[in-house]
Design a protein around this ligand. Structure first.
Ligand SMILES: [Zn+2]
Length: 263
């Protein structure tokens, strides 16, 4: 086989690293073209490695890869876009790490999802640009659910399809969205959402991210959304995806996990 056919170029946002051996690391990357993939970077933890800094979680980089027998190998890495304001702010960094982890948990390898890639990129850009750090993850949660097959139904009762009057309304993950009064007994556990919270959710569903984060949303409503969307994320990760450890972390930390990038 020629050298050319064993090498290829690709790019993506680094989600996670795992160190192996003395100086190597495995990186998990989410790319527009390839979806989630991983590869090994040999010697990256040595001071003279030229890939250091270009292969870090929360960096959008371009890579030259070599096909390996088991794992492909990162042979070159070059930063396309970093998010320095996120990296410099602990709260934003924790939020961004949570988004990276959601992408990791809600995707399987080698299944491209361009819309999800664009959502992640836009969300990191938005956080980096100083947008409301409490609204970006709520928008992200709603849309990551929709883009991975777990859409939250908001346009009527998720159980019977009936119209919903403008009043406090149950939202239940097992039912798949909002639930009318008649269907409540069979809906499973959930929580009541206020009319303003429902309006904001519906807006989040239709609006672009920049439109959504420009909204002024009262803290109590943001808190309602955080709790309700957290229910959906936990429900699907637990039931469909079985990522119990992450769910425990979510529970313990109130939906934000700081990614432990270097251990
Ligand atoms: Zn109903």
């Amino acid at each position: 086989m020629s050298r050319e056919s064993r090498a290829y170029r690709t790019e993506g946002i680094v989600l996670r690293r795992r160190n192996i051996g003395e100086a190597d690391s495995i990186f998990v990357v989410f790319g527009e073209e390839r979806g989630k993939f991983e590869g090994v970077a040999r010697g990256i933890r040595k001071a003279r490695s030229r890939m250091r800094g270009h292969l870090e979680p929360l960096t959008f980089s371009r890579f030259l890869m070599a096909r390996g027998r088991n794992l492909d190998v990162f042979t070159q890495a070059e930063t396309v876009r970093s998010f320095p304001n996120v990296a410099a702010d602990l709260d934003r960094w924790a939020t961004a790490s949570y988004l990276l982890e959601l992408v990791d948990r809600f995707t399987v390898e080698h299944a491209p999802n361009r819309d999800l890639f664009h959502l992640l990129y836009a969300s990191l850009e938005s956080l980096d640009g100083g947008s409301a750090a409490d609204l970006v993850p709520r928008y992200f949660e709603l849309h990551v659910l929709a883009l991975t097959g777990f859409d939250v139904y908001l346009d009527g009762c998720a159980a019977c399809g009936g119209r919903l009057p403008p009043e406090n309304t149950l939202v239940a993950a097992a039912a798949g969205g909002l639930v009318c009064r008649q269907c409540r007994p069979e809906a499973g556990t959930g929580r009541l959402l206020s009319v303003p919270a429902i309006k904001v959710l519906r807006h989040a569903r239709r609006a672009s991210l920049p439109e959504f984060v420009a909204l002024r949303v009262p803290g109590a409503v943001v808190e309602e959304l955080r709790a309700a969307l957290g229910d959906f994320v936990r429900y699907h990760l637990e039931r469909e995806l079985g990522t119990a450890r992450f769910v425990e972390e979510l529970r313990a930390s109130g939906s934000i996990t700081a990614q432990n990038a270097d251990t």
